[in-house]
Ligand binder design. Structure first.
Ligand SMILES: C[S@@+](CC[C@H](N)C(=O)[O-])C[C@H]1O[C@@H](n2cnc3c(N)ncnc32)[C@H](O)[C@@H]1O
Length: 360
């Protein structure tokens, strides 16, 4: 039997994990998304903390909140959780008792993850988190509070040894990786580390069913800005035929696969002879210019779907992203079509975000 959602404690807000240095973008996005959804409150951040919070004006039901401000809806969030307890000065000799007191009797969770933000300040806490996690799980197991069928996972986020945010993940609306970071192994045969970016994008932006349906041997793709071939390698690995567009060289082993045609051409001018299943793009260029070219491809029907990077400027990054997406939607709508956009600042992204777009 699943745990009824109504037995969950009330939430005072949402905490999202983000890349250190992007707290202000994460906060702006929380403010904007909450305003659109009519959720009253305000966002707050601390510089380089690796997380941002949205504080509710009035406490609310965590499941409703996470349906509105869930992980997959937010670009700058690696994780999104409902905060059910804030502790500023936990006693070092017994941190567990105050945390447990914040949970209503009989409330069950499927698991508990003790985490730190991905920040320099919190790195020394990694070993503590591991041992405290073990103690926490043991306690929950002994008290019958663990239920694999529960829709909730408990998170204890420690920005420092004394400070903790106790929070809940609604599992279907949360990232499935501790710290919101998918730990991907670099494939030794891949020509560049950039390969991990496309690998992560496929895991984060697409569902397992979409990955299976949309990547089948024999399908076709164009890779703009392909050299030396890390993204092309991911496509070839899935059996796709790839046209790799770049003036730079492609990896010899990848070319020997027989699945790659290398075109030394300008990625902003190249046009496919016939429609392809995928167009991917990792060209380092101004985000508006890249977004405009991606919209042109989609509006013209040259590809069914696209994954591309938008390098972010130094300032007004959130506004720049929104402007780029608005311009893309306008161009595609002018061609009589609709556009679906999913975007995320991935763990393997630095000053950039990765976008999936398709005509709907
Ligand atoms: C970040 S690298 C791409 C790495 C590649 N995705 C990988 O996984 O190996 C950017 C590439 O874009 C190419 N590039 C930049 N501007 C371009 C343009 N206008 N046309 C074609 N390629 C371009 C560069 O030559 C460079 O190889």
């Amino acid at each position: 039997m699943t745990t009824p959602l109504t037995s969950a404690p009330f939430a005072s807000g949402v905490v999202v994990y983000c890349r250190a240095g992007f707290e202000s973008e994460a906060a702006q996005e929380l403010d904007a998304t909450a305003a659109q959804a009519d959720v009253a409150g305000f966002a707050r951040t601390e510089r380089n903390a690796g997380f941002a919070e949205f504080v509710l004006t009035q406490q609310g039901a965590p499941d409703a909140l996470l349906r509105l401000l869930g992980w997959s809806r937010l670009i700058f969030a690696r994780q999104s959780l409902a905060v059910v307890g804030q502790f500023k000065a936990l006693p070092r000799e017994d941190r567990l008792t105050p945390l447990l007191a914040a949970l209503p009797p009989g409330f069950r969770v499927s698991d508990v993850w003790v985490e730190t933000p991905d920040s320099d300040a919190a790195k020394p806490l990694t070993a503590f988190c591991r041992s405290f996690n073990n103690a926490f799980v043991q306690h929950l197991r002994r008290s019958g509070s663990l239920d694999p069928a529960s829709p909730w996972r408990l998170h204890a986020l420690f920005p420092s040894g004394e400070r903790c945010l106790l929070a809940l993940a609604l599992i279907d609306h949360a990232a499935p990786w501790p710290q919101g970071i998918p730990r991907l192994k670099f494939p030794r045969e891949a020509p560049s580390r950039s390969t991990l970016k496309l690998d992560e994008a496929l895991q984060v932006l697409l569902s397992p069913g979409e990955r299976e349906r949309w990547f089948k041997p024999g399908m076709s793709a164009v890779d703009l800005g392909a050299s030396p071939g890390g993204w092309t390698w991911q496509l070839v690995r899935r059996g796709l035929h790839v046209t790799a567009v770049d003036n730079g060289p492609m990896d010899d082993t990848l070319m020997a696969s027989g699945l790659v045609a290398h075109k030394r051409d300008d990625g902003f001018r190249f046009q496919p002879r016939q429609r392809v299943d995928w167009m991917v793009c990792d060209m380092v260029e101004q985000p508006r210019r890249v977004a405009a070219r991606m919209a042109e491809w989609l509006a013209a029907g040259w590809c069914h779907r696209s994954i591309f990077n938008l390098k972010l400027p130094m300032k007004k990054r959130y506004a720049e992203v929104q402007q780029a997406f608005d311009a893309m939607r306008a161009e595609v709508e002018a061609a009589g079509r609709g556009l679906e956009i999913r975007a995320k600042q991935l763990y393997h992204d630095r000053e950039e975000i990765t976008v999936f777009a398709q005509i709907v």
